[in-house]
Design a protein around this ligand. Structure first.
Ligand code: PGA
Length: 282
């Protein structure tokens, strides 16, 4: 059996990045919802789709509409198809032109938010402190954060010790000891959702390259040792061709999918392959 944590919960997250115009986003959401309903068995996998901010309301409405349709019982009977955002502000409500707060995201139906993605770190100079500030904002307003970490190509070339040291550094603010200090303040952190970490080696994102399964397994084990109750996802060139192989890695609880989430067929193929790998493993 696949070693896992936090019960049998699994997550499949689609990160649309800066793709789709309005009609395309609406079309992709509707297609996903229809195919999800018609072709896929209910499983223990929660699906989260993360469109660009400007399309969040459109996709939220599409999900709500689908959940109300009596001919779509799977969607109506489960909350397993959810909306997420790709980022949130590190501030709550100050004057902050161009930013979107976690409170706003939660208000329009986003239950999840990706933070610390390497593209945010690279193009917007977000460091570990900023990522942690965003984490606090997200938790504070009940938007579950998905915290991204991962090494670049140069670090990867140095070997596994360098990779794990880098990840320990990126996760240092999230150690269970420090987190428990915060989680004791239930009014401040009302959500009991598990901490979700996405391991995304930067050199594997959008390149078609994927680390050897044993390297991913070593990283999963390392993160699990640092944060035993966290759900750990893998991201970086996940596609239908490699899902089956990746899905059996110990301590892996799901995937963060970029490019392959822009096609409903490939995203749901990943879902189906992940579901059957889980059931074969149990
Ligand atoms: P990719 O992106 O699947 O296109 O490699 C993953 C990500 O950046 O979240």
């Amino acid at each position: 059996m696949n070693a896992s944590v936090a019960g049998s919960r699994r997550l499949l997250v689609g990160n649309w990045k800066m793709n789709t115009l309005h009609d395309e986003a609406q079309g992709l959401a509707n297609e996903l919802l229809t195919l999800y309903e018609s072709g896929y068995e209910q499983s223990s996998i929660d699906v989260i789709i993360c469109p660009p901010h400007v399309h969040l309301t459109t996709v939220a409405v599409a999900i709500k509409d689908a959940q109300r349709q009596p001919n779509l019982p799977l969607l109506a009977s489960t909350t397993s198809f959810m909306l997420g955002a790709q980022d949130c502000s590190h501030r709550a409500h100050q004057a902050s032109t161009g930013d979107v707060s976690a409170k706003m995201l939660r208000d329009i139906g986003a239950e999840w938010v990706i933070i610390g993605h390497s593209e945010r770190r690279q193009y917007h100079g977000e460091d570990d402190t900023r990522v942690y500030e965003k984490f606090i904002q997200a938790k504070r307003f009940g938007c579950n954060p998905i915290v991204c970490v991962g090494e670049d190509e140069a670090c990867h070339q140095l070997g596994m010790d360098a990779v794990t040291a880098h990840l320990s550094q990126q996760l240092s603010q999230f150690t269970s000891q420090q987190l428990s200090l915060f989680t004791t303040h239930d009014d401040f952190f009302p959500s009991s959702a598990p901490l979700v970490i996405a391991y995304e080696p930067i050199w594997a994102i959008g390149t078609g390259k994927v680390p050897a399964p044993e390297s991913i397994a070593a990283v999963m084990q390392h993160i699990h040792q640092l944060l035993p109750s966290a759900l750990i996802l893998y991201g970086g060139s996940v596609n239908p061709g490699n899902t089956g192989m990746l899905a059996t890695i110990p301590f892996l609880s799901g995937f963060l999918v970029g490019g392959a989430s822009l096609s409903s067929a490939s995203f749901l193929k990943i879902h189906a392959l992940f579901a059957s790998a889980i059931s074969a493993d149990n």
